[in-house]
Design a protein around this ligand. Sequence first.
Ligand code: NAD
Length: 283
Amino acid sequence: MTSLNDSRILVVGAGLMGAGIAQVAAQAGHQVALFDARAGAAEAAKSKLSSMLDGLVTKGKLTADAAQTALVRITPVEALGSADLVIEAIVENLDIKRALFAELEALLPPDAVIATNTSSISVTALARGMKQPERLVGMHFFNPVPLMKLVEVVSGLGTSPEVAQAVFELAGRWGKTAVHTRSTPGFIVNRIARPYYAETLMLLQDRAAAPELIDAVLRAAGFRMGPCELMDLIGHDTNFAVTHSVFAANFYDRRFTPSLVQQELVDAGFFGRKSGRGFYRYP
Ligand code: NAD
């Protein structure tokens, strides 16, 4: 088992999370290939990253050299390829992730590690059908990846302890605070966060308060962000999929029931920041 120190990384999924993971890995010195199933998406993610890094340079938070060095390490690719470590950040769907892992296993060397950034899907279930289930581990980053320190390293029933430890240490070298956890529905953060979002959505459904007021109240109570703006940041499509997954995994326990308010937002395509509109509108 390698230490993953100088690993060549393939990030699959160039959306909100994949782009952030690619940035953090590149800033830590790795060569990163970035792939997305949507043609042109990886290229577009790199251009966005480039503007964002330019912004940091302008603000004096990063040197122009460091920004350029990180950027050249990221290569958008139009097909899956080999790597020492794959970090998967595609849509929150069990069957689609499983199909990807089957495809990857045909391309990867036997000692390569596959890390999934799933927010909620059982790592044990995701590994089912893999030739080497021991190489799959959860590496759950938080949004926005460059700013959020926490990484949950999630072990499924078949995950090798060496693989979990290697990913744990890698996250530490990237400046993250890694924690080990077993694969249970929602892991730690999303298990606790589901009822928090659910109560917010109930308040909205009951017309008790508008999103602006709820956010202001929770900020005043000491939270960095209110729950409505946070759900807009996460993306309602992803958040709704996570709720469904945790609800099913808890044998449809009423506490985790998905909300009609969120269903409406998803049906309308109001995914939050990434689509320009959620609870709030974004330019
Ligand atoms: P996103 O919608 O922003 O991006 C997902 C990307 O994956 C899209 O660009 C899509 O084209 C691509 N994709 C879909 N299927 C693919 C496939 N088969 N192969 C390659 N690319 C494919 O979503 P996101 O918010 O970046 O979430 C990605 C993953 O990260 C999900 O599993 C989600 O649960 C998890 N996650 C999200 C957050 C968050 O706050 N949004 C936080 C932690 C973890």
